[in-house]
Design a protein around this ligand. Structure first.
Ligand code: HEC
Length: 147
């Protein structure tokens, strides 16, 4: 093999190699291209006031999952007194006792509002200081069964 032929063969090989590499480089399918773009995307994006922010930052934190259930509030705050009936508290599930309260107060709303401000040994909001009226009412409904 002459030197020239050797050189040509070599060049052809190199050329082939390059074209294979070039081929590999451009032949990204849409999925991998998208992945590449995501990987090289800036970590944060600026969003201007009044504009929607880019969705890849995730939605704005969702306000907690709505009002707490009566069961949850009862279990955390009311059970201390209302499960045993300590200090004369009407007991959880004691419908006779709760019906008496209902008759005395006149309506469920009044039973609730009376307990929100507190009276005798019933502390305001039953010690659930951050309970909304709705959450407190849920707890009253849960343990009294009143509707
Ligand atoms: C420290 C004890 C205590 C805790 C804690 C407590 N209660 Fe009471 N609750 C009482 C007592 C005692 C009474 C009865 C007071 C009376 O009749 O003199 C009462 C009465 C009530 C009444 C009756 C109101 C009426 O019109 O007669 C409601 C409603 C009530 N509680 C709701 C709750 C809820 C809801 C919670 C929890 C968020 C709670 N309580 C936590 C002690 C407690």
């Amino acid at each position: 093999m002459s030197r020239v032929t050797q050189l040509r063969t070599f060049m052809a090989l190199i050329g082939g190699l390059f074209s294979v590499m070039a081929f590999a480089a451009v032949e990204l399918d849409d999925t991998s291209r998208k992945e590449v773009y995501e990987r090289i995307a800036p970590v944060t994006k600026v969003c201007l006031q009044g504009e929607e922010c880019a969705s890849n930052l995730g939605a704005a934190p969702v306000a907690a999952s709505g009002p707490r259930s009566g069961e949850a509030v009862y279990g955390q705050f009311c059970t201390a007194c209302h499960s045993s009936g300590i200090l004369g508290a009407p007991k959880n599930g004691d419908s006779a006792a709760w019906n008496t309260r209902l008759t005395e107060a006149g309506s469920l709303d009044k039973v609730i509002s009376k307990a929100i401000v507190g009276f005798n040994s019933m502390p305001p909001r039953g010690t659930c200081g951050d309970c909304s009226d709705e959450e407190f009412g849920n707890a009253v409904k849960f343990m009294s069964g009143l509707k």
